[in-house]
Design a protein around this ligand. Sequence first.
Ligand code: SAM
Length: 226
Amino acid sequence: MPRLRGPAPNLPQGDAAWPILNEGLFGDQARGGHDRAPRPDAVPVDWRAVFGREAPRTLEIGFNRGRFLRDLAARWPDHDHVGIEVRRSYAWRVAELMARDGGPRNVRLVWADAKLVVPATFGPDGLAHVFVNFPDPWWKRRHEKRRLVDLDFARTLADRVAPGGRIWIKSDVLAIADEIAEALAAVPSLGPPVPFDVGDLPLTHRERACLVTGLPISRYAVTRGA
Ligand SMILES: C[S@@+](CC[C@H](N)C(=O)[O-])C[C@H]1O[C@@H](n2cnc3c(N)ncnc32)[C@H](O)[C@@H]1O
């Protein structure tokens, strides 16, 4: 798989822009990132039209270099996979790589803040799986509100995941993993956290680094009840 290096990425243009959905959601492919919610007339997204088929959908929040997302697409070809990443350079670079490689065609990207995009973009029960891989810890007290999975967002995710669907968490910041588990535990429709093994899902970029340095990693999933 190509490495993410080199000059600043270019936004793919014309037909090559197929991997990234910002134009449809925000009215311009070059609009996105923090503080921007999708246009009301663009949501909820018709995912069947986007992917050209009806298949169970997954969401990865914070796909960064896109390695996990693209490996997952190869491992689960019968699912469609959506990734949201708030940093433009990563979103555009992964889009560029996908346009160059012509795939995977069962992946689409959004450059945006997941907290603003997920509630509007996916209807209730619209996701089979959600992956939150090594979310930023936002250590400083004044940055705490930027943490990804607070109680509000836990409720949003629980509502968007279909019955029997899963929310998977990986983190090397054990306090953050515990904090997320606490938020998920407060949502009555979600079951208890169940640990999973390193081989159950593709590795992420951060996970590889942790495995090399021997940092402990918390991995668990919660399942939505009926
Ligand atoms: C610590 S990195 C982990 C990257 C990757 N998941 C991994 O495991 O290697 C966290 C990633 O989440 C992205 N991110 C943070 N907050 C986000 C948000 N609200 N919406 C979308 N992406 C976000 C960051 O830009 C960054 O790429």
